[in-house]
Structure formats: structure tokens, C-alpha cells
Design a binder for this molecule. Structure first.
Ligand SMILES: *Cc1c(COP(=O)(O)O)cnc(C)c1O
Length: 430
């Protein structure tokens, strides 16, 4: 399988190993498969469980690549915790796909662990490899946890000092090995700009072997197809119908993985993108005009995105008649998120994180006719991570999962830096 870029300038093709090693495409576009495999449902007859199903789905995407012989081992490392599909209510065809059972309690653990296992194998012996990630929440924790024990790979996590919750900060700063956390005396946008500046510095990129771990990297995006495949096959086997999904969305990494799984032949019907008050996608689907804008802060802060960076990957799967594409978007504001957390706790005894609540809200707004089909909402984070928001709404404490206890028991350490490339480079060299 060959890869091209969304801009396709020069019509160059790439191996997936190189696309993962580089992260962003050299022409400024995004790497995409040159074609999609068309898998028959029968191809999964002998695949049981998340790891086996994901590996079966990913195999054609890695065919002929130098990572192909290691795909099984990479999958074993990435999919080492379950993605349970649980009924919601008692209509027998509505489910929640819990993606938060990994070490840092968010779906990003799958992609970060796959990327780390791949990068470990892509490192040239003796050559430096440094993964940089700016984070305002879940990415940094997942990346730190995934890379902690990866031989010879260094990681720099940049976060805005004093602007994230104490638990979030602990989760970014508790990793050992080659993982360093930098508390930047600036806001998140400045952290992100600093990472971009580092990549633009050719000498520094070469010296440290810089690469990125954000969701434009195929090594994070593609493994997310695995849990959509597993859950869609469960629905197909149980109901003989396609599964429809509602996915909490920010940069569109998670949702594009679902659309790609559908493109590869999995029995997936509609995909609804659930966003918070950042309305870029809702307005695009209403008007056909894509107008990125600055983000606004919401309770679902991992989705505070005004210019989703995987948009060009989604667009390739949309037809001129947007309604016929089987993809749509709807926006949910903070007051409605809060009300939905309350209502569903009372109705189903379910505790949603604020991100998951956007999907639960859209589910509740579907017509009876639509609800005749099977629906799955993706639960993207464990509610404990957002307990300051959730607990007052449900009137009780959220239980702390064991994985978080382990994180809280670790010692945390961050290095303070100012938002300039010199300080970052110095910190990375130390
Ligand atoms: C990152 C994140 C999202 C958004 O996912 P994208 O792939 O950026 O669309 C949603 N919910 C949670 C909890 C997240 O951490």
C-alpha cells in the first residue's frame, strides 16, 4: 500500500513507515492511503477480539511496508486494554463504546501506544529521535505514558503552566525514562506555536531527530479504526444491521478513523460528529462553506477546536450532496452538556464526561424512526478526569479507576521554560 498527501503536489508516493516517522507531509498536506482496501466481512470470521480484528483490518494498509512484519507485535502493545460495548437503556440497540480503559483514561491511549510501538521500531540505530507534543489536556498524558519505556526515544511534552487542572498536570508530568515535561510560561497557542517553530528549524530537527505525536500522524489515526471495526462487527453479528455512530469531535482524528473503517468495508452506517460550542463543522454541514475560526473555551475542553486539523482527510469522503455522504455534525453548548449529564445519570445510571455528553445529547435528539437502527455513542474519556464538572451535576463522587491511582502515586516533575526556542532546545538537550 502506498500513501499520498491531500495536496498531492508532485504526485509523490510514500511508505507508511516514512509517513509515520515524519508525521506531517513535506508539502504541508496530510498523508492518506493512495487507495482503500475493500475488506469482506468474512475476512474477520477468524478474528476474535480487538487486537485480532484491528490487525486484520490494518494488515492491507501496511502491506509491503517495512513495519508489516512487526504489525502483530505493535498491535499487541497498542490494544492491550478492552473497548467494551455496553447497552444504554433497554431498547436493545443503543450502546456506548467505552474507549477510556487505558492507562490515562482517554481514547488517545490507543493511538499513542500504537505510535510509540511503531516509532521504537523506526528509530535508526544511534540516531536521535525526539517526539514533541504540545498539549492542553489528554494528548500529553497518553503520549507520555505510551513512550515512557521506549528505548532510545525522547519525548518533550509542552503545556501551559497554571492553565490546566491539577490532575491533568500530574498526568503530564509523572512519566520517567526519556519523557520530559515543560511547563511553558504562556498559553496553549504559544506552546503549539513553539512546537511548530522547532519543526521549522532544520538544524534543530536534524540534531534531535524531531517528530510530532499529534493526531495528524497516521500512526495515531489509523489504529483508531480497530475499535470501530470490533464494535461494528459485534452489531452486525447480533442484529444483521450496520452500526451508526455518534463521535465527540475536535480535530477529527477519531471520527475520520470511523469513516476510514467504513471506507475499508466495515458494516458502518451513519457517522454523526458531535461538537461542543465550536461550530465550524456544524456550519460546514449546514452551508457547505468551511470557515475555520479561533476556538472558544468549553467544558469539553479536549474538543475546543475551531479549525479541525484532519478536515481535509474527511472532505475526501464527502460528496457534493453532503447529506448523501452519511456524515453530519451537530453542536452542543455547555448548558446542554450539563443538563445531559444530569438527565442520563438519573435515567440510565450512566456518568458521562463532558465530551461524551455531547454525543449522548445528539442521541437523545434523534427521531423514533432513526432510533429504529442500532446506534453507538463513543465515550472518549473517563468521567473522573472531569470530576470538577461532573460531580456537582450527579451529586456524588466519581470513583477513581485503579489506573489513575497509579498515576497519582507517582512523583511529578516539570521543567519551567519561557516560550522561546532557545529555552526549549536547551531543555531537550539536557
Ligand atoms: C482528543 C479528545 C476528543 C477529540 O478527538 P479528535 O480526534 O481530536 O476529534 C474528544 N474527547 C476527548 C476526551 C478527547 O481527549
Amino acid at each position: 500500500m502506498k500513501y499520498i498527501t491531500t495536496r498531492n503536489e508532485g504526485a509523490e508516493t510514500f511508505a507508511i513507515a516514512d509517513a509515520i516517522r515524519q508525521g506531517a507531509a513535506p508539502d504541508g498536506g496530510l498523508f492518506i492511503p493512495a487507495s482503500f482496501p475493500s475488506l469482506d466481512i468474512a475476512a474477520f470470521d477468524n478474528a476474535d477480539g480487538l487486537k485480532a480484528i484491528a490487525e486484520t483490518l490494518l494488515a492491507p494498509f501496511f502491506e509491503g511496508d517495512r513495519l508489516a512484519p512487526d504489525l502483530g507485535a505493535i498491535c499487541a502493545s497498542a490494544y492491550n486494554f478492552p473497548a467494551p460495548l455496553k447497552p444504554v437503556g433497554d431498547d436493545g440497540k443503543t450502546y456506548v463504546l467505552e474507549l477510556f480503559h487505558g492507562p490515562t483514561g482517554a481514547f488517545k491511549d490507543y493511538g499513542a501506544r500504537f505510535l510509540a510501538a511503531a516509532m521504537e521500531r523506526l528509530r535508526a540505530p544511534g540516531a536521535p529521535l525526539t517526539v514533541l507534543a504540545a498539549t492542553s489536556g489528554d494528548t500529553g498524558g497518553a503520549v507520555g505514558g505510551a513512550f515512557e519505556d521506549k528505548e532510545g526515544v525522547h519525548v518533550g511534552i509542552l503545556f501551559p503552566k497554571g492553565r490546566i487542572s491539577p490532575f491533568q498536570e500530574h498526568q503530564l508530568t509523572c512519566w520517567r525514562g526519556g519523557v520530559k515535561s515543560f511547563a511553558v510560561n504562556a498559553d496553549f497557542d504559544a506552546c503549539q506555536a513553539l512546537v511548530k517553530q522547532a519543526f521549522a528549524d532544520k538544524a534543530l530537527t536534524e540534531e534531535l531527530g524531531l517528530t510530532s505525536a499529534n493526531s495528524i500522524n497516521l500512526g495515531r489515526l489509523m489504529p483508531q479504526m480497530g475499535y470501530y471495526a470490533e464494535s461494528a462487527l459485534k452489531i452486525w453479528r447480533a442484529h444483521g444491521q450496520k452500526a451508526n455512530y455518534i463521535i465527540p469531535t475536535g480535530n477529527l482524528g477519531n471520527a475520520v478513523a470511523c469513516v476510514w473503517a467504513r471506507g475499508a468495508g466495515l458494516p458502518i452506517g451513519k457517522v454523526i460528529l458531535a461538537t461542543n460550542a465550536n461550530k465550524t463543522l456544524e456550519e460546514f454541514f449546514a452551508t457547505g462553506a468551511y470557515e475555520p475560526r479561533p476556538s472558544v473555551a468549553t467544558l469539553a475542553n479536549a474538543m475546543d477546536v475551531g479549525a479541525p486539523n484532519n478536515f481535509d482527510r474527511l472532505k475526501l469522503f464527502l460528496t457534493d450532496d453532503l447529506a448523501a455522504s452519511g456524515v453530519s455534525a451537530a453542536s452542543v453548548d455547555d448548558a446542554t452538556i450539563q443538563a445531559r449529564i444530569k438527565t442520563d445519570y438519573a435515567a440510565y445510571d450512566e456518568v458521562w464526561c463532558p465530551h461524551t455528553a455531547t454525543a449522548a445529547e445528539i442521541l437523545a435528539s434523534l427521531s423514533d424512526e432513526e432510533r429504529a437502527a442500532p446506534w453507538i455513542i463513543a465515550a472518549t474519556a473517563h468521567p473522573y478526569k472531569f470530576r470538577e464538572t461532573v460531580e456537582p451535576l450527579i451529586g456524588r463522587d466519581v470513583d477513581c479507576p485503579p489506573a489513575f491511582r497509579a498515576i497519582l502515586d507517582r512523583e511529578a516533575h516539570a521543567e519551567e521554560i519561557t516560550a522561546d526556542l532557545g529555552s526549549l532546545a536547551q531543555g531537550l538537550r539536557r
